[in-house]
Design a protein around this ligand. Structure first.
Ligand SMILES: [Zn+2]
Length: 485
């Protein structure tokens, strides 16, 4: 949130940055969508949609993006709750988490919001996390990025996009990452400050309203500034140098403090899921042995904010190292004190499978689904189990039911493709994998797979014509994407 590297960078492209810019532009030149040629100062919704898809394609390709349905759903639900009542409530804003220990979050063109694991783990309360998301949502609802670009040449959106990509790409390349952060520091020159300050203030003020409307503690927005300076064992404390020396922080803090005086004090209980999601993220950090040692020490010394959350992390860390008995003991510790929760049930089902108690695991997944029908981890777990145990028709029925509810879930299509492969159905295998690619915003590979599906020899007339018309549809979409509207 507070870094807004992209915003800061656009105006001050220094030497290093130019290098990255040219690198990424040449890399992306063929993939950048052409935008409509309207003379509007701000992008049309069709343009934003194209940009959004392109960014989400990059996001889905990035190996450091956390790909876990429980984490994704938690963040998405929190985000949607904050969006309610804003001017962009009807827009499909997408959220994702990037595995990066620095404390940062950013909103890009196209309504995509990224959060670093470092920021998530630094947040001491759900309200603190919500304050960051609210601030980023405000940047989008106030159209800050399109406005900045409209002020310059409209074509400079490519620069912004390329930089957004460069940031995403650089995460998997340490050399580039260093260059990006050096460039960001170097480019934090005074001439952009006025510009950013105004937007930051607007996003802060709007963010507080968003936070309040969604029932969170508005004071968390100020608490998070302090949290950010300190960091913790999983988050690199203190904002980057350019923010620390930046007068913006004290200005912003006093402005926020003024606003907060209008709001009454509000005590708010955090959801268990907030701590469990943090736990799940923590469990997969560091080396297997290291994270176990860290978490065991934390629990021994009672140095945690939430005991169940820390034990939840340790349980997953044990599982990661195949220490099943220890995982089971830890889970029992949590269960003694906590009420049933979908993330706890899912963890127990995973442990049951590791223990070889498959019938009990299946029962638990089913029980979980009937109590928490929207918790997709149960569907994935159950379908995987059915596929593994060659119960493919049951898996296909289950997946079909859930595809009706979540017709854009790539994981469901991927599982369906696996099930169909096991049944020996070539057309259906390729068709479903094509949809998985399509909903991961990879139209090109989706088309390749539909091509294979068309040529499969086992489809009936109805299936063949369905695949053919879908193929035409996607080819048209790709063409539109390349041509502009
Ligand atoms: Zn901001």
């Amino acid at each position: 949130m507070f870094r807004h590297t992209i915003l800061t960078i656009i105006k001050t492209m220094k030497k290093l940055l130019l290098l990255i810019y040219f690198f990424s532009v040449s890399l992306m030149a063929n993939e950048l969508p052409e935008l409509g040629s309207s003379s509007d100062t701000i992008f049309s919704s069709a343009d934003e949609d194209k940009i959004s898809k392109q960014i989400l394609y990059q996001v889905n390709k990035n190996p450091l993006v956390v790909n876990d349905i429980e984490v994704d759903d938690y963040l998405g639900n929190l985000g949607r709750r904050l969006l309610t009542g804003t001017s962009i409530a009807s827009r499909d804003i997408k959220f994702f988490i990037l595995n990066d220990s620095t404390i940062n979050a950013f909103a890009t063109l196209g309504g995509v919001i990224g959060v670093h694991t470092g920021l998530f783990l630094a947040a001491n309360s759900e309200s603190e996390l919500a304050s960051v998301l609210g601030h980023e949502i405000a940047h989008i609802s106030q159209k800050h990025l399109p406005r900045i670009i409209a002020k310059q040449k409209r074509d400079s959106y490519k620069t912004t996009l390329a930089l957004a990509f460069a940031l995403l790409v650089s995460r998997s390349n340490p050399d580039l990452a260093a260059a990006t952060s050096t460039a960001a520091n170097a480019s934090a020159v005074q001439n952009t400050l006025d510009f950013t300050r105004k937007h930051e203030q607007e996003a802060d003020r709007e963010g507080i309203k968003i936070l309040d409307r969604a029932g969170f503690d508005v004071r968390a927005s100020i608490d998070f500034f302090k949290t950010m300076q300190k960091g913790n064992q999983f988050s690199q404390g203190a904002a980057p140098a350019f923010l620390r020396t930046h007068p913006i922080t004290s200005d912003r803090i006093s402005d926020i403090q003024n606003r907060l005086s209008e709001y009454p004090y509000k005590q708010r209980m955090d959801s268990d899921n907030f701590y469990y999601v943090k736990g799940k993220i923590k469990a997969f950090l560091e080396q297997k042995k290291t994270i176990i040692k860290i978490l065991e020490t934390n629990i021994k010394n009672k140095s945690y904010i939430n005991e169940a959350g820390e034990r939840f992390a340790l349980t997953y860390a044990y599982l990661r190292s195949n220490m099943i008995i220890k995982a089971r003991n830890e889970l029992e510790n949590i269960k003694k004190k906590k009420t049933p929760n979908p993330m706890l049930l899912n963890l127990e089902a995973i442990i049951l499978i590791q223990e070889g108690r498959i019938t009990e695991a299946t029962k638990l997944y089913k029980k979980g689904l009937s109590s928490f029908p929207s918790h997709r981890a149960f569907v994935y777990g159950l379908a995987e189990h059915y596929i593994r145990s060659s119960n493919t028709t049951v898996a296909i029925d289950l997946l079909n039911d859930y595809l009706l509810i979540y017709p854009e879930d790539p994981n469901l299509y991927e599982l369906m493709s696996k099930a169909q492969a096991k049944e020996g159905k070539v057309l259906l295998q390729h068709e479903n994998l094509a949809e998985a690619f399509y909903y991961r915003y990879n139209i090109k590979d989706a088309i390749t797979l539909l091509d294979l599906a068309v040529r499969a020899k086992d489809g009936n007339f109805y299936e063949k014509s369905r695949v053919e018309s879908r193929l035409k549809e996607l080819q048209k979409e790709l063409e539109l994407f390349r041509k502009g509207l």
